[in-house]
Design a protein around this ligand. Sequence first.
Ligand SMILES: *Cc1c(COP(=O)(O)O)cnc(C)c1O
Length: 647
Amino acid sequence: MTTANLPLNQSNWTVSDSSILYGLNLWGDNYFSINKKGHINVNPKRNKGSSLDLFHLVKELEDRNLKLPLLIRFDDILEDRLTRLHKAFEEAINQYKYTGHYQGVFPVKCNQHRHVVEELMTCGSRWNFGLEAGSKAELLIALSLINNPKALLICNGYKDQRYIETTILARQLGRQPIVVIEQEAEIDRIITASREIGSAPLIGIRAKLSSRSSGRWGSSIGEQAKFGLSIPEILTTIERLRNADLLNDLRLLHFHIGSQINDIAILKDALQEAGQIYIELNRLGAPMGYLDVGGGLGIDYDGSQTATEASTNYSLQNYANDVVATVQECCKSNNVEVPTLVSESGRAIASHFSILVFNILDTSVVPAHIPPVKQEESLIVRNLRETLEYIQKIPIGSNINSSKLQEAWNDAIKFKDDALNAFRLGYLGLPERAIAEQLTWASAKALVERLPQCEIIPEELKILRSALARTYYANLSVFRSAPDTWAIDQLFPIMPIHRLDEKPNQLGHFADLTCDSDGKLAKFINNGQTKSLLELHDLKPNERYMIGMFLGGAYQEVMGNFHNLFGTTNSVHLRLTSEGTYRLDHVVRGNTKSDVLQAMEHKPELLLERLRIATEEAIQHNKLKIEDAQRLMDHLETSLRQSTYLR
Ligand SMILES: *Cc1c(COP(=O)(O)O)cnc(C)c1O
């Protein structure tokens, strides 16, 4: 982890400096840019079509009483991601003259929200885009929302008898569900259910590949993986299906090597292995027809194009090319007809279209202002003042020998320790200890201002920069809105959405509203590395400071929880119009306090009633005036109907 470097050049800061500083030019993928006003611009169709000033949009949404924190969903971006995925496969299929085609599905677990799944089904119908379900509840969503008979419904996850019966019946309904066998026990259930109903489902097999992925989700594959059949199990499955007269319904081979594949080499290995298994299944007499390469298509969160955790060393087109070419090669050399290629890309489709915008409530302040000189100050305080004056006398514009600064800092630290010792022994009072601390911080600040002039900056002085960093108090709950940053250290691009024509002059990290010390955002993208502090602006009086968290449209919402009873945020779905304005398609209000209390089995009316009785008692004992009791009750009642976040 490296610490951030505040840009040196104070004057003539431009928006392109901001773009480089926050890496927007790398990860923005042309969906996001900075306009002349220094605001983020959202360009849902990338270089084509109109764009929207995010800062103005937020203001207009706030005018509609949609207060921050706010999740803004650009359905145009969702559609664009879907289009690009299909275009990439089309291109690869043309390039390699692949004789089959591509037919994708969206893994519902990535974002189950109704408007999201519905939107994908509408936009995706031209490609017969389908859904993947991983549980019985998701199956219900998928069954009901797919109304295109050509779209696939891939059924993953653990399956009981009813799950399987449902898919058989859905096939009769005219849908195309494919039951993917993940465990041997499911074979018996499929056989029993088929006999009972007198009709079979379409069947798939999930293979446990031995190609091992690296990275965070790497353990999803390999022999120890939670899901899938090993090679011997696959062979037994074939025989059992054959004996039950179901081999003719085996159509699909599936594998999933974990989310966010960082390194394309891993995908290639897996594809080759799966390709061979596909050929063997075909030879053993299964008709097959579909090869499902699962999810894992990664997102370049930091734009570094590296095989590091927050990035990928391949593009969408590279991915499609490799899938198509590898399967083509494998089938050609074995004289087997190529399959329809299926992928279950979730993250790659749903990440870009959501932006979480939150405001900053306040910042911590390092107590570095210089206290006025008092008469008869103690020697320790006088020493600290001299040290500070010494540093201040070093002219800022000149070349500075860092050992001078280092010496001064050593002195300051020693005097500060002296102050602490004297305080412990009772020789120094609280006011003087406060002065000593202020002077130490003031020295640190003066020192840091001079660091850029040093040729070599000692490590210890570099750290000073972070010691002077501020905490920005964010109106948000990390546990609700960015749970993966806490749970698995995931990185998302985070930056101000305005003031980008101003040079940021602070380093800081974010603390959220929860009372949990883990409730913070303190790890940021840094071009293939990470940094613990982000370059931010000073708060201006009476002006809001708004921060955006980008690329968080996948997984975050459903993983989010009610820690400290912070509920869902307001969210909106919008589309840009051809006139350059926008249309709000859906508004989903965030949870009220009443909602979150009820989620924990509390009854808001009962809570209020108990408090009302308490106020009556206080009124009787003359501890509370009637009007004050009423004021308290009014506050509580209003509060229940309002959002869980600060206003
Ligand atoms: C989670 C999951 C996916 C989605 O993975 P992404 O990396 O988001 O594309 C696809 N298939 C299966 C079986 C999954 O479990």
